[in-house]
Design a protein around this ligand. Structure first.
Ligand code: ATP
Ligand code: MG
Length: 193
Protein backbone atom coordinates (compact mmCIF):
# COMPACT_ATOMS: atom_id res chain seq x y z
CA UNK A 1 0.00 0.00 0.00
CA UNK A 2 1.40 3.42 -0.87
CA UNK A 3 1.46 6.31 1.56
CA UNK A 4 -0.85 9.25 1.03
CA UNK A 5 1.04 11.30 3.60
CA UNK A 6 4.66 11.02 4.67
CA UNK A 7 6.81 13.33 6.73
CA UNK A 8 10.48 12.91 7.53
CA UNK A 9 12.24 15.00 10.12
CA UNK A 10 9.84 17.93 9.89
CA UNK A 11 11.03 20.91 11.95
CA UNK A 12 9.26 24.18 12.66
CA UNK A 13 10.55 26.85 15.01
CA UNK A 14 8.84 30.03 16.15
CA UNK A 15 11.68 32.15 17.48
CA UNK A 16 13.12 30.02 20.27
CA UNK A 17 10.04 27.77 20.51
CA UNK A 18 10.49 24.50 18.65
CA UNK A 19 6.93 23.55 17.68
CA UNK A 20 7.97 20.52 15.61
CA UNK A 21 11.20 18.76 16.41
CA UNK A 22 11.79 16.23 13.64
CA UNK A 23 8.30 14.84 13.04
CA UNK A 24 8.17 11.53 11.18
CA UNK A 25 4.92 9.97 10.11
CA UNK A 26 3.40 7.96 7.33
CA UNK A 27 -0.25 7.42 6.55
CA UNK A 28 -1.06 4.64 4.09
CA UNK A 29 -3.71 5.50 1.47
CA UNK A 30 -7.23 4.91 2.67
CA UNK A 31 -6.41 4.91 6.38
CA UNK A 32 -6.92 7.29 9.29
CA UNK A 33 -4.18 8.68 11.49
CA UNK A 34 -5.12 10.57 14.66
CA UNK A 35 -2.51 12.89 16.15
CA UNK A 36 -3.14 12.96 19.85
CA UNK A 37 -1.45 15.47 22.11
CA UNK A 38 -1.94 18.09 24.81
CA UNK A 39 -2.23 21.84 24.17
CA UNK A 40 0.91 23.16 22.55
CA UNK A 41 2.14 19.73 21.43
CA UNK A 42 2.43 20.95 17.83
CA UNK A 43 -0.64 19.32 16.29
CA UNK A 44 -1.86 22.44 14.50
CA UNK A 45 1.68 23.23 13.40
CA UNK A 46 1.96 19.72 11.93
CA UNK A 47 -1.33 20.11 10.03
CA UNK A 48 -0.28 23.53 8.74
CA UNK A 49 3.09 22.19 7.63
CA UNK A 50 1.49 19.30 5.77
CA UNK A 51 -1.10 21.48 4.05
CA UNK A 52 1.28 24.21 2.76
CA UNK A 53 -0.06 26.79 5.23
CA UNK A 54 3.41 27.12 6.66
CA UNK A 55 6.85 26.28 5.34
CA UNK A 56 8.85 23.84 7.43
CA UNK A 57 12.35 24.91 8.49
CA UNK A 58 13.76 21.46 7.80
CA UNK A 59 12.74 17.99 6.76
CA UNK A 60 10.43 16.99 3.97
CA UNK A 61 6.87 15.89 3.47
CA UNK A 62 4.92 14.45 0.58
CA UNK A 63 1.12 14.55 0.47
CA UNK A 64 -0.99 13.00 -2.30
CA UNK A 65 2.20 12.61 -4.32
CA UNK A 66 3.19 16.27 -4.00
CA UNK A 67 6.11 17.74 -2.11
CA UNK A 68 4.76 20.31 0.39
CA UNK A 69 7.27 22.95 -0.65
CA UNK A 70 8.02 22.25 -4.32
CA UNK A 71 4.53 21.25 -5.48
CA UNK A 72 2.47 23.40 -3.09
CA UNK A 73 -0.10 24.63 -5.61
CA UNK A 74 -0.84 21.18 -7.00
CA UNK A 75 -0.94 19.75 -3.49
CA UNK A 76 -3.65 22.23 -2.48
CA UNK A 77 -5.93 21.02 -5.26
CA UNK A 78 -5.70 17.46 -3.96
CA UNK A 79 -6.52 18.00 -0.30
CA UNK A 80 -9.27 19.31 1.95
CA UNK A 81 -8.52 21.09 5.22
CA UNK A 82 -10.58 22.15 8.17
CA UNK A 83 -8.51 24.17 10.61
CA UNK A 84 -8.87 24.41 14.35
CA UNK A 85 -10.73 27.69 13.94
CA UNK A 86 -13.46 27.88 11.33
CA UNK A 87 -12.37 29.78 8.22
CA UNK A 88 -15.65 31.03 6.84
CA UNK A 89 -16.90 34.29 5.39
CA UNK A 90 -19.22 35.74 8.03
CA UNK A 91 -21.20 37.79 5.57
CA UNK A 92 -22.04 34.94 3.23
CA UNK A 93 -24.67 32.32 3.94
CA UNK A 94 -23.66 28.75 4.69
CA UNK A 95 -24.65 27.73 1.17
CA UNK A 96 -22.70 30.60 -0.38
CA UNK A 97 -19.62 29.68 1.63
CA UNK A 98 -19.70 26.11 0.35
CA UNK A 99 -20.39 27.24 -3.22
CA UNK A 100 -17.43 29.58 -3.03
CA UNK A 101 -15.21 26.69 -1.96
CA UNK A 102 -16.53 24.68 -4.92
CA UNK A 103 -15.66 27.50 -7.31
CA UNK A 104 -12.18 27.78 -5.82
CA UNK A 105 -11.71 24.08 -6.58
CA UNK A 106 -13.00 24.74 -10.12
CA UNK A 107 -16.09 22.57 -9.74
CA UNK A 108 -18.26 24.89 -11.84
CA UNK A 109 -21.37 26.76 -10.71
CA UNK A 110 -23.88 23.99 -11.09
CA UNK A 111 -21.86 21.28 -9.38
CA UNK A 112 -20.81 23.67 -6.62
CA UNK A 113 -24.46 24.47 -5.90
CA UNK A 114 -25.43 20.82 -5.88
CA UNK A 115 -22.52 19.88 -3.64
CA UNK A 116 -23.34 22.72 -1.24
CA UNK A 117 -26.90 21.46 -0.82
CA UNK A 118 -25.77 17.86 -0.29
CA UNK A 119 -23.31 18.87 2.41
CA UNK A 120 -25.73 21.22 4.17
CA UNK A 121 -28.08 18.27 4.39
CA UNK A 122 -25.31 15.95 5.57
CA UNK A 123 -24.26 18.30 8.36
CA UNK A 124 -27.77 19.16 9.50
CA UNK A 125 -27.58 22.72 8.20
CA UNK A 126 -30.27 22.54 5.52
CA UNK A 127 -32.50 24.99 7.41
CA UNK A 128 -29.68 27.35 8.33
CA UNK A 129 -28.02 27.19 4.91
CA UNK A 130 -29.57 30.40 3.62
CA UNK A 131 -28.71 32.47 6.66
CA UNK A 132 -25.47 34.47 6.96
CA UNK A 133 -22.82 32.61 8.93
CA UNK A 134 -22.45 35.56 11.31
CA UNK A 135 -25.68 34.36 12.94
CA UNK A 136 -24.44 30.77 13.39
CA UNK A 137 -23.62 29.18 16.73
CA UNK A 138 -20.13 27.84 17.44
CA UNK A 139 -21.08 24.28 16.57
CA UNK A 140 -22.78 25.39 13.37
CA UNK A 141 -19.65 27.24 12.29
CA UNK A 142 -17.61 24.14 13.02
CA UNK A 143 -19.94 22.07 10.85
CA UNK A 144 -19.97 24.49 7.92
CA UNK A 145 -16.18 24.57 8.02
CA UNK A 146 -16.00 20.76 8.05
CA UNK A 147 -18.43 20.65 5.14
CA UNK A 148 -16.15 23.06 3.29
CA UNK A 149 -13.25 20.62 3.57
CA UNK A 150 -15.35 17.98 1.81
CA UNK A 151 -16.73 20.05 -1.07
CA UNK A 152 -14.23 18.85 -3.66
CA UNK A 153 -14.21 15.22 -2.48
CA UNK A 154 -10.47 15.39 -1.89
CA UNK A 155 -8.58 12.10 -1.69
CA UNK A 156 -6.63 13.35 1.34
CA UNK A 157 -8.30 15.19 4.17
CA UNK A 158 -6.89 17.06 7.20
CA UNK A 159 -9.16 17.88 10.12
CA UNK A 160 -7.71 19.78 13.07
CA UNK A 161 -9.84 18.96 16.13
CA UNK A 162 -12.96 18.25 14.10
CA UNK A 163 -15.17 17.31 17.03
CA UNK A 164 -14.36 20.28 19.29
CA UNK A 165 -17.49 22.30 20.04
CA UNK A 166 -19.89 19.74 18.61
CA UNK A 167 -22.77 18.38 20.66
CA UNK A 168 -23.08 14.59 21.00
CA UNK A 169 -25.48 14.30 18.08
CA UNK A 170 -23.32 16.39 15.73
CA UNK A 171 -20.28 14.42 16.90
CA UNK A 172 -21.96 11.12 16.04
CA UNK A 173 -22.91 12.50 12.62
CA UNK A 174 -19.33 13.60 12.05
CA UNK A 175 -18.01 10.11 12.83
CA UNK A 176 -20.59 8.68 10.41
CA UNK A 177 -19.43 11.01 7.66
CA UNK A 178 -15.80 10.17 8.40
CA UNK A 179 -16.55 6.44 8.35
CA UNK A 180 -18.17 6.71 4.94
CA UNK A 181 -15.31 8.75 3.55
CA UNK A 182 -12.72 6.26 4.71
CA UNK A 183 -14.78 3.39 3.36
CA UNK A 184 -14.74 5.25 0.05
CA UNK A 185 -10.93 5.37 0.08
CA UNK A 186 -10.25 8.81 1.53
CA UNK A 187 -7.08 9.18 3.61
CA UNK A 188 -7.61 11.17 6.78
CA UNK A 189 -5.30 12.83 9.24
CA UNK A 190 -7.06 14.29 12.23
CA UNK A 191 -5.99 15.77 15.53
CA UNK A 192 -7.55 15.52 18.94
CA UNK A 193 -6.68 16.25 22.55
N1 ATP B 1 2.28 31.63 15.08
C1 ATP B 1 2.97 31.25 16.15
N2 ATP B 1 3.87 32.07 16.70
C2 ATP B 1 4.60 31.70 17.78
N3 ATP B 1 4.50 30.50 18.38
C3 ATP B 1 3.60 29.65 17.89
C4 ATP B 1 2.80 29.97 16.75
N4 ATP B 1 2.00 28.91 16.48
C5 ATP B 1 2.29 27.98 17.41
N5 ATP B 1 3.26 28.41 18.24
C6 ATP B 1 3.85 27.63 19.36
O1 ATP B 1 4.17 26.33 18.88
C7 ATP B 1 3.80 25.34 19.82
C8 ATP B 1 2.85 24.35 19.18
O2 ATP B 1 1.60 25.00 18.89
P1 ATP B 1 0.41 24.28 18.15
O3 ATP B 1 -0.65 25.32 17.90
O4 ATP B 1 0.93 23.55 16.97
O5 ATP B 1 -0.07 23.23 19.25
P2 ATP B 1 -1.36 22.30 19.30
O6 ATP B 1 -0.87 20.93 19.58
O7 ATP B 1 -2.17 22.50 18.07
O8 ATP B 1 -2.13 22.86 20.58
P3 ATP B 1 -3.72 22.95 20.87
O9 ATP B 1 -4.13 21.61 21.42
O10 ATP B 1 -3.78 24.01 21.94
O11 ATP B 1 -4.42 23.35 19.63
C9 ATP B 1 3.26 26.08 21.04
O12 ATP B 1 4.31 26.23 21.95
C10 ATP B 1 2.85 27.42 20.46
O13 ATP B 1 2.93 28.43 21.44
MG1 MG C 1 -4.09 23.08 17.73
Amino acid sequence: MSDAITAEGLVKKYGNVTALDGLDLSVPSGTVLALLGPNGAGKTTAVRGLTTLLRPDAGRAVVAGCDVVRDAAELRSRIGVSGQYAAVDEHLTGAENLEMVGRLYHLGAKRSRKRARELLERFDLAEAGDRPVKGYSGGMRRRIDLAGALVADPPVLFLDEPSTGLDPRARAQLWDVIGELVEGGTTLLLTTQ
